[in-house]
Design a protein around this ligand. Structure first.
Ligand code: KG4
Ligand code: ZN
Length: 336
């Protein structure tokens, strides 16, 4: 079969990203223009600012991606783009650019679900990986345990009922004045703390489901911080970080392991920004070794938002002949 080159665009949140992916697994270039510094001063992503920055950056990012891949326009077989979930204004910028670009090249447009993209990052990292497997998707906007039955067939086994795992990291970090994004900061500081210093509640929704609930845990941390301040006690930031992180990680590991057992599978592929958390990596790898389950993690650059993962997910649609119509629209609330 002829090689397939897909140019992919991702603009669902605060990264303007473009990548060229060959045959779904090989990344020729992967450019990510992050807006983190701009949003940092607001303590989180400001949607309108994000859209405007995408408008400013997208042409340059695509140009640079093509240059780095050393590829001609005629070589591109399809243009892929994230159409949801995400911030509507941000998604529309990438979507409209992708449509115009596909139209000008005369190639198909492929709309990609951002969450499927996160899972597909594992196909780039592990060239031999094929479904079925279990995926633990943990990002700033999503928390899922999924049975990946096929490249385009997902059974959601558990999901969050309120905040996402990354969102909880960001909110707790903010309350301790650690800045945005909070996940990497808590990860770092927790290394100096005791994970058993403070007993915070478990972040599962109910023992009988695989669903998560992080808002109770987040409130417990905020209440703890407030009551310590009121009593005039100094906050031990490393201990709070480590204890909070421990509560998050233990439920993620527990639900991922329960899922794999219920489906009799042997691989867990972790995905999303929180997949780069060092404590999660360590705990899952240890549990995997004990239970004879292979644990897969993409490199950090493929965990947080990027367009290579979108190009990979698009490839598996393309080879099945699944392409999008010209009326493809942004779907901010799209689920798996
Ligand atoms: O996947 P992603 O880039 O964007 C979404 O699709 O949401 O994930 C971003 C999230 C943020 O909440 C960030 O705090 C979190 O991933 N994150 C981490 C770490 N690195 C990024 N959380 C915990 N530990 C980390 N090392
Ligand atoms: Zn994401």
């Amino acid at each position: 079969m002829k090689d397939v080159y897909i140019l992919a665009i991702e603009s669902s949140c605060d990264e303007t990203a473009c990548s060229i992916v060959k045959n779904g697994r090989e990344v020729l270039s992967n450019i990510i223009s992050s807006q983190i510094e701009i949003h940092q001063k607001f303590g989180g992503v400001v949607p309108e600012v994000a859209s405007r920055k995408h408008v400013e950056n997208i042409t340059g990012v695509v140009e640079l991606t093509m240059k780095e891949a050393n590829i001609e326009r005629e070589d591109i077989d399809a243009v892929a783009v994230t159409y949801g979930p995400g911030l509507v204004g941000a998604l529309l910028v990438g979507l409209q650019f992708a449509k115009g670009f596909a139209f000008s090249l005369g190639v198909p447009l492929i709309g990609v679900n951002h969450i499927e993209g996160h899972i597909a990052a594992n196909y780039i990292q592990y060239k031999e990986l094929e479904p079925p497997f279990v995926s633990l998707v943990v990002s700033g906007g999503h928390t899922f345990v999924v049975h990946v039955k096929d490249y385009d067939d997902f059974e959601v086994m558990g999901e969050t009922r309120d905040d996402a795992a990354g969102e909880a990291f960001d909110k707790v970090a903010r309350a301790m004045g650690l800045g945005y994004p909070g996940g990497p900061k808590i990860d770092q500081i927790a290394k100096e703390g005791n994970p058993l210093a403070i007993k915070f509640p478990k972040a599962n929704f109910h023992e009988d489901t695989l669903d998560f609930s992080f808002s109770g845990l987040k409130s417990a941390v905020l209440n703890y911080l407030n009551s310590e301040k009121q009593r005039g006690n100094e906050i031990n930031v490393p201990d709070v970080s480590a204890s909070f992180q421990h509560a998050v990680v233990s439920v993620l590991v527990e639900n991922a392991m329960k899922t794999i057992k219920s489906r009799n599978l042997d691989k867990i592929a972790v995905a999303g920004g929180v997949a780069s958390n060092s404590s999660l990596r360590k705990a899952l790898l240890q549990k995997g070794e004990e239970e004879n389950v292979r644990i897969l993690f993409p490199d950090a650059i493929l965990c947080t938002d990027n367009a290579a993962m979108i190009g990979s997910a698009a490839y598996f649609q393309f080879i099945k002949g699944h392409v999008s119509g010209n009326d493809l629209n942004a779907k901010p609330g799209l689920s798996l």
